[in-house]
Design a protein around this ligand. Structure first.
Ligand code: HEM
Length: 172
């Protein structure tokens, strides 16, 4: 199977397993389910954010490595693995558990949640952009300087701060 096809199949299987788990738990409804899913949500959020904060740092270092060098090839492996083993699955689990919590807690109508939802959509879009940059670096197509990635490092940081304040303080 071609690598792209294999990646798509892996992503579909991961989404299906997570959706089945969340749906199964929703039907079973063991006591304390909401809090267990919230714990899982926060664990997934930490993993997603760890990756989203580290990946642009790798891009910064990768810019200093000459194309085709051993160092550059090592960065390619690190970036691909970080994205496919940590960041992508963590995002799927964050979304699945977050949507379940929102549905079960009746949060969709509440202001803080709607604001958080918009910011989380922005974070997911940045995730998509980072994935494209991983592919660009893998094909030695990057043309941007390290300074650009250092700046981009701040975007997920700022979004994370706003999202956590909205979720915990619930100011409106
Ligand atoms: C991907 C879409 C997401 C959805 C649909 C979602 C939804 C939710 C919901 C409904 C809750 C429960 C609120 C409560 O019971 O008080 C929650 C909790 C939480 N979420 Fe999210 N969330 C998402 C992503 C994120 C992200 C990206 C972060 C951080 C960067 C985050 C951080 C938190 C935190 C810290 C809590 C715990 C709040 C508390 O217990 O006081 N969430 N989320």
């Amino acid at each position: 199977m071609a690598p792209v096809q294999a990646r798509v199949v892996r992503a579909i299987v991961a989404v299906a397993i997570t959706a089945a788990l969340v749906a199964g738990l929703g039907l079973w409804q063991p006591s304390g389910l909401y809090l267990w899913l919230k714990a899982l949500h926060v664990i997934a959020v930490i993993s997603w954010m760890a990756g989203m904060l580290y990946l642009p740092r790798l891009f910064v270092y990768h810019c200093d490595a000459e194309s085709g060098s051993k160092q550059s090839e090592t960065f390619k492996v690190m970036e691909r693995r970080l994205l496919t083993i940590i960041i992508n699955p963590a995002m799927v689990v964050t979304w699945a558990t977050g949507l379940w919590l929102a549905w079960d807690g009746g949060w969709f109508q509440v202001g803080w949640f709607q604001a958080k939802f918009v910011l989380v959509l922005a974070l997911s879009a940045i995730h998509g952009v980072f994935s494209r940059w991983v592919r660009d670096f893998a094909a030695d197509r990057n043309t941007r300087p390290g300074r650009f990635y250092r700046l981009m490092n701040e975007v997920p940081t700022l979004l994370m701060i706003a999202i956590v304040v909205l979720a915990i303080v619930k100011p409106f």
